[in-house]
Design a protein around this ligand. Structure first.
Ligand code: AMP
Ligand code: ZN
Ligand code: FE
Ligand code: FE
Length: 279
């Protein structure tokens, strides 16, 4: 399978597979490269570079930055950012701390709903990674209150659900500025999954336009959870706003949940993205 899967998670955030496993799986699928896009961290860059070098593929270092627009969480992918850039590193630190406080509040919410999980267990499941909702959902499944992560999200943890707590994150356009300011390129992740996740409410197009004004260069029109109609819609949005189109699997899981390679961006498109860096 040629091309790059430009959106993957690992144990450096809320994925269950390691960077080494992801890189090896990408090479085994015949991918030319893999985007390293753990939430709110640049920590896996060196490990990823070494693993990719050994496997003979390219690791595109990135992060999936958490932003927020009026209670809707918005994810901005930033590729080739400099991890030493102070404004970005400072904001990523703040976001990770905010995730810890938010996880405590979500654990309390579950308590109020009669589901006893502990923050200590959630922390242990996350290890050193920034805590994400999938870690908390895993603790709920362990407690026996739900059969699987899907059920936890559907009943409690999806945006707006009874156990959902917002992250107090920066605006989407500020996220773009920070990523571009750190030498990266910014791409709007899975535009069809905001609001109620069916995308029915969706992200107002005016928000995307503001992001473009701040330096957004791409949009992830192709994602396994997008319908064909959403793909066509966001391809049209891309051509109207002069954005590059990317594809990524948003791989987080293992076994039946393994998505690696389920959406790929051509090498030519990755090169076009690379050319949009302001260095
Ligand atoms: P967080 O960054 O803590 O808000 O968690 C975001 C992650 O939770 C996403 O990357 C998905 O893996 C997962 N997620 C969010 N909403 C849903 C949903 N409705 N169903 C399943 N997974 C979800
Ligand atoms: Zn995730
Ligand atoms: Fe995301
Ligand atoms: Fe993601």
């Amino acid at each position: 399978m040629p091309g790059y899967d430009l959106h993957t998670h690992s144990t450096y955030s809320d994925g269950v597979t390691t960077i080494e496993e992801n890189v090896a799986a990408a090479a085994a699928l015949g991918l030319e490269g893999i985007g390293i896009t753990d939430h709110d961290t640049t920590a896996p860059f060196e490990v990823a570079r070494d693993a990719a070098e050994a496997a003979g593929i390219e690791a595109v270092p990135g992060t999936e930055f958490s932003a927020e627009e009026e209670g809707i969480s918005v994810h901005v992918l930033g590729y080739w950012v400099d991890p030493r850039n102070a404004p970005l590193a400072t904001e990523l630190d703040r976001l990770r701390n905010e995730r810890t406080d938010r996880a405590r509040r979500i654990v309390e919410r579950f308590g109020e709903l009669g589901i006893a999980i502990t923050f200590a267990r959630v922390r242990a499941l996350a290890g050193d990674a920034p805590i994400g909702r999938p870690h908390i959902a895993a603790a709920v499944v362990e407690s026996g209150a739900a059969a699987d992560l899907r059920e936890v999200f559907d009943r409690y943890l999806a945006d707006g659900g009874p156990a959902y707590v917002e992250k107090h994150a920066v605006t989407p356009e500020r996220a773009v500025e920070l990523l571009v300011g750190a030498g990266g390129v910014a791409v709007l992740a899975h535009p069809g999954l905001y609001g109620d996740r069916s995308g029915a409410k969706g992200l107002p197009i005016s928000v995307v336009e503001r992001m473009v004004a701040s330096g957004l260069v791409g949009i992830e029109a192709h994602h396994p959870d997008h319908t064909d109609e959403q793909r066509r819609h966001y391809e049209a949005v891309a051509s109207r706003l002069g954005l590059l189109v990317t594809a990524g699997s948003d791989h987080h899981g293992r076994g039946a949940e393994d998505r690696l390679g389920r959406a790929t961006t051509s090498r030519a498109q990755v090169e076009a993205l690379r050319q949009r860096r302001i260095v």
